[in-house]
Design a protein around this ligand. Structure first.
Ligand SMILES: Cc1cc2nc3c(=O)[nH]c(=O)nc-3n(C[C@H](O)[C@H](O)[C@H](O)COP(=O)(O)O)c2cc1C
Length: 179
């Protein structure tokens, strides 16, 4: 039986990758939660912690955004080494060279996703995954596009609405302005 790992809301789980998504850095909390040592993760593709319940469309959107040098938030279910799982709200961003104006890789900051958010998003992900299995990725993308169009929202607005409720953006903001 695989269990959900509870994450302290104060914890920030960080990883950095090269431009292909190979892990170059993980913080201590990443190791503690995932159950891997830093050595086990170093230079491995980041899909090492991919959970099979995650729909591919979410990663497609994420990569499309990063390749355009833009950031993106996503709610992600991750797989720990022992088969347990954990839900995180993740902010993916580009990393630039310190003085040359070029992208050298990417960074992700994650916080615990609360139960209400997980409840909502996991229903959507189950639907997207089922569409992907039965009809393919293009159909899953079409379903998501239609859902957002029905809600008259962009993906960012949809995520923002859920995530702000979840407190992630607020706590990031609090961290930045120190209030
Ligand atoms: C900075 C960064 C962090 C990532 N973090 C995760 C993560 O926590 N979990 C995950 O499943 N994929 C993460 N990915 C995406 C993976 O690289 C990969 O695209 C995804 O797991 C889907 O793998 P697949 O296309 O091989 O199925 C991250 C990518 C980047 C660039």
């Amino acid at each position: 039986m695989n269990n959900q790992i509870k994450i302290d809301p104060q914890i920030l789980i960080v990883s950095r990758t090269d431009k292909s998504g190979n892990i170059e850095y993980v913080n201590g909390d990443f190791c503690q939660i995932s159950g891997y040592s830093a050595d086990e993760l170093m230079y491995k593709p980041h899909n090492i912690i991919r959970h099979p319940d995650m729909p591919a469309i979410i990663f497609k959107l994420m990569w499309e955004r990063l390749k355009k040098n833009q950031d993106i938030f996503a709610v992600v279910k991750n797989l720990a080494k022992n088969g347990d799982y954990y839900w995180v709200t993740t902010h993916f961003e580009i990393r630039k060279h310190p003085y040359e104006n070029r992208v050298v890789g990417y960074v992700a900051h994650r916080r615990a996703a609360d139960a209400q958010l997980v409840n909502e998003i996991s229903k959507l992900y189950a639907e997207l995954l089922s569409i992907e299995k039965n009809k393919g990725l293009a159909e899953s993308e079409a379903y998501l596009t239609q859902l957002l169009s029905d809600k008259k929202m962009t993906y960012d607005e949809y995520i923002d609405k859920m995530v702000i409720k979840d407190g992630f953006l607020k706590s990031m903001f609090k961290k930045i302005i120190g209030k």
